[in-house]
Ligand binder design. Structure first.
Ligand SMILES: *[C@@H]1O[C@H](CO)[C@@H](O)[C@H](O)[C@H]1NC(C)=O
Ligand SMILES: *[C@@H]1O[C@H](CO)[C@@H](O)[C@H](O)[C@H]1NC(C)=O
Ligand SMILES: *[C@@H]1O[C@H](CO)[C@@H](O)[C@H](O)[C@H]1NC(C)=O
Ligand SMILES: *[C@@H]1O[C@H](CO)[C@@H](O)[C@H](O)[C@H]1NC(C)=O
Length: 409
């Protein structure tokens, strides 16, 4: 339909195109121009219907010329399957429904851990005095946790095993979301690991997450081997390579987005089946790094921040991020982490392109991070000693400090 319209429009444009400079003198010339333009137009339409890689038209251009050529044209509209239509209507209905306001809005803190949480005592300090404004949910996949904080007692949900990089990681995240969604007061959902520590006090975190309308989900395009290189065409037609995104799994999510994830099976199944370690023999894909970043990039790109509020240090360039030990932890380190106001993404290509984005909170420059990982258990006592020192700035005052580069203590 669109094609026919475009064609008709094209014809209309063409008829007014040739400037009748020598009107009356030469009738033949405009006719020839018309024929020539018609031929070019026909050629364009044919090339549009048969995309360059399958068309003989491609041989006329060089392969790079082909790409440029196809990028001039609007992308052909693909007809959605029944499942996609159903899925899209559910997603847009949830997104467009007015948010349900709770009298007592809470934040759900969801911990993914093999067993006991080494920083319970630090989190205890974090939660103290804020009863009724949060809920805690623990997914302990290996051992029953031993608790050191009263806030965590009986907060374990029924868990399943979790294998690094496999879909069971996403399943655990969904299990936590489902349990946390049962409480209608929960408006924002935070995923944390056993090695995560808070970088801010409770009020700061609460205000940062509650008084914005986006989810803090990391999502960026990495054309390299650890990004789009993990994409498999088995994900077609629903997930096209150009939509494939990457991001750290540690999200915070508003309620609508959490409900959408509960409703999604179509895209989930694509990632479960075709984004896994050992895909196509030797290609490794990790659903927990791609499913949510890709899903939200496709369905609500403006509803996500594109960076994670959980800081992690990849600067050592190893397979695992830097783990902070006792010797690393100091007031200066924590002040450094809390004063970062730009998020950095590095692609996995050989040239390692670096993309730097200011962290915008409701359009204003603000520090990027609320939490950090990976902290080893031995740092617990130092972190508790330092807690009130490094968490002492408020969200409203941080704008001036981020501008001057100084910190108010
Ligand atoms: C968030 O709110 C701002 C204004 O308050 C609005 O411009 C923006 O479209 C909203 N974004 C979403 C994803 O709802
Ligand atoms: C996140 O990235 C997408 C494009 O990938 C963009 O449309 C969106 O505006 C970004 N989100 C924010 C909050 O800037
Ligand atoms: C903190 O940041 C400063 C300036 O970037 C740097 O020189 C210093 O080594 C950092 N300190 C720690 C403990 O990370
Ligand atoms: C916390 O800050 C105070 C005042 O700035 C300082 O005296 C104290 O030594 C700091 N505590 C730690 C554990 O660094």
């Amino acid at each position: 339909m669109k094609l026919a319209k475009a064609w008709r429009l094209g014809m209309k444009d063409m008829q007014i195109l040739p400037p009748p400079r020598h009107r009356g003198h030469q009738l033949k010339k405009p006719t020839w121009i018309l024929v020539l333009i018609s031929l070019v137009c026909m050629f364009l339409v044919v090339a549009y219907i048969y995309p360059p890689q399958t068309s003989s038209a491609c041989y006329i251009f060089s392969s790079s010329g082909c790409e440029t050529f196809s990028s001039w044209l609007p992308p052909p509209i693909r007809e959605f399957s029944d499942d996609e239509i159903a899925s899209r209507v559910v997603i847009s209905s949830i997104l467009n429904a007015p948010p349900i306001h709770s009298k007592n809005p809470k934040i759900a803190f969801m911990f993914l851990s093999p067993g006991s949480l080494p920083f319970e005592k630090l989190w205890d300090r974090f939660f103290q005095g804020h009863e009724g404004r949060f809920s805690i949910h623990v997914h302990a996949s290996k051992e029953k946790p031993v608790h050191t904080s009263r806030y965590f007692i009986n907060k374990e949900i029924r868990s399943g095993s979790v294998d690094w990089g496999k879909i069971s990681m996403v399943d655990a995240e969904k299990r936590l979301l489902a349990n946390a969604l049962k409480d209608p007061d929960n408006q924002h959902f935070v995923l944390l690991s056993d090695s995560c520590v808070p970088l801010r006090d409770f009020d700061y975190v609460y205000n940062y997450l509650m008084y914005t309308n986006i989810s803090f989900i990391d999502s960026f395009e990495d054309p390299g081997p650890h990004g789009s290189g993990r994409y498999s065409e088995h994900m077609l037609p629903e997930v096209e390579k150009k939509f494939f995104r990457k991001g750290a799994q540690w999200f915070t999510m508003k309620r609508q987005h959490a409900v959408i994830i509960m409703a999604d099976y179509l895209y989930y199944a694509k990632f479960r089946d075709y984004c896994r370690p050992g895909m196509d023999g030797q290609r490794n894909c990790y659903s927990d790094e791609h499913y949510l970043p890709t899903f939200f990039h496709m369905h609500d790109p403006n509803g996500i921040s594109n960076w994670s509020v959980t800081h992690v240090d990849w600067s050592e360039g190893k397979w695992h991020p830097k783990s902070y030990g006792e010797k690393d932890v100091s007031e200066q380190l924590l002040k450094n982490l809390t004063s970062i106001t730009e998020s950095v993404h590095v692609t996995s290509e050989e040239r390692k392109e670096t993309m730097i984005m200011p962290c915008l909170w409701n359009g204003m420059n603000r520090p990027c991070y609320l939490f950090a990982r990976k902290f080893s258990a031995e740092t617990l006592e130092t972190m508790i000693d330092l807690f009130s020192n490094y968490t002492s700035s408020s969200l409203s005052s941080s704008s001036s400090s981020s501008k001057t580069g100084e910190r108010d203590s």
